[in-house]
Design a binder for this molecule. Sequence first.
Ligand SMILES: Cc1ncc(COP(=O)(O)O)c(C=O)c1O
Length: 445
Amino acid sequence: MPQNYSVARSLEIYERAGELIPGRTQLISRRSSQFAHGMSPIYAQRAKGARFIDVDENEYIDWVNAVGAIILGHADDVVDTAVKEQIDRGSLYTVNNALEIELAELLNEVIPSSEMVRYTKSGGEANAMAARIARGVSGRDIILFSGYHGWHDWYQSANYLVDPESGEFPFAGIEPIGVPKVLAGTALPFVWGNLESLETLLKEHAGSVAAIMMEPLRSEMPPQGYLEGVKALAKAHDVILIFDEVSCGWRLRIGGAQELVGATPDMTVLAKAMSNGYPMGAVVGSRDVMQPAAQMFISSSYWSDNLGLVATLVTIRELQRRDSAKRFEEIGETLRIALNKAIADVGLSGACTGLFWNPSITLDLPNEALRPKVNTLFIQEMARRGVHCNMSFKATLAHTQEDIQATANIATQALAVVKKGLDSGDLDNLLQSDLKKEPFRRLVR
Ligand SMILES: Cc1ncc(COP(=O)(O)O)c(C=O)c1O
């Protein structure tokens, strides 16, 4: 462990951000409060492959990867060369770029349920587009959802209601300030994994539901037959089924979770991971559902940007060429086994579990109230030894066996510190960071 490890420069810049940028960052998951504030890096100056260097010149193995948006690895040579060549030809033309059609054909080829395609620049925007299309096609207003779907009004209006599981706001800690109250009741959450709760809502709002929008899965496989059951309910109630594959997407399969599970939706929302970090999103779906969008006001200048198109085309081809699904499974499984060994070696109880694309550590604790301290201490001890992570790990294809082994070795040391704190009952003494905050719960595990 470097004796003189410091993130002083990051902290100094973050302080200035407080004066200039409300909330300090553009994405809530990038706030320093999500990590070990005081010890985790906050600002990077360069990144390559599986690593980045922060503004204090510390180097880290990266297991966050722009919250999943980097899938091949930072600054991938093949994607970046193609993007640079496109920059030289023009980043945004006055007329259209035929690459839009080439990419649509490729998306139709790789995504089982795709027949027509629209583009966006982000995931939240793509979800808002899908919601608009579903409402436009059906002539109905209510969207039943299960998952995180972005910052737009249609979705955040659900925070005027309560979480069906906990009875609290679906997004505890984030208030729906600025979201029109008249939208309350137009987006209703349902419990993932429970067909009955969905059916009850469909019956209660019969004739008013436009769509079921859901993350098909996150870190766990859905219960056997669950997604097929959702599809059958959607069909029985004549409701459009939308899969938000922004997060789970292409680490599982290039065609998304739907390719792995076999249940297909009417519409699919894509963004992070499709373009290795270049802004890009898409809504794809059946001809029946997508064609009517031609009559709807769905239009934005930068949706025609050339760089996202090129980056996406090349990212898909590189995922195919590098046999991504097999490789992600190898990386995820090897990491999971190595982290479980680390937990056992230091004598802690707990496990690294979850699907290979997002293995997560959960330690068994004598008291649940200790979890924020334990998690923060783990992240802190990983950071100071050169691993940037949360309690879950998202790989890229650039992560090597050496990166996995180095991460496991460092995790063994970090977990030993956690054990020391738990054994002594004095975690506070070991913490040199503010406690990590959980900004909102996600409805899908
Ligand atoms: C499932 C899901 N949908 C939508 C979004 C929103 O995407 P963006 O942050 O690009 O707006 C995210 C972002 O994390 C997500 O995980």
